[in-house]
Design a protein around this ligand. Sequence first.
Ligand SMILES: [Zn+2]
Length: 197
Amino acid sequence: MHPHSYRFCPHCGHSLKTERLGGQPRERCETCGFVHWGDFTVGVGGVLWHQGKILLVQRAQNPGQGMWTIPGGYVEQGERIEDAIIREIREETHLETKALSLIGVRDRPGEDGRPHDLYVIFLMCYLSGEPTSDENEIADLGFFTPDETRNMPIASLTLSMLEVAAAPLPGFEPVSGVKMIGNLSQLYRCLSWDKLG
Ligand SMILES: [Zn+2]
């Protein structure tokens, strides 16, 4: 079941009709062809190790107010996930970073009327800047040693990702020359064995 049903087309305003498409009843606009396939959101998070310390931010607002997490947020329409995490870290901490590897994906299929949410987690590399908070979303921030993080209230997903980031990683690379639909589409793949050696 879709979390929301629409009566009118969000593109052209005509009435929508329910049709069976791809094995499920879906709302479709007979005028412009719009189909409501579902509601999806994409978020990104970044683990940044720098000089033996990990970057954490303390959430100023709910959900998770007061909790320490890795920086991150939602991907904008028309934005690549790799650019999104660089932007989110810049906005929340004023640090310039670069994505090194994909290290995790949290899949939260829409339940109880919520959109299906994907959260993609990157290992990041420090480039420049001093950590300063945006004072709106972030109450506090800093680089912490693993010892220092032990008594902090840290979100469990963040703890799990810190473990992954401490281990050696295969890394990833953006691939060019593969035909895909959409000018902004980008394929990422894990590094091949010969590039790791
Ligand atoms: Zn329409």
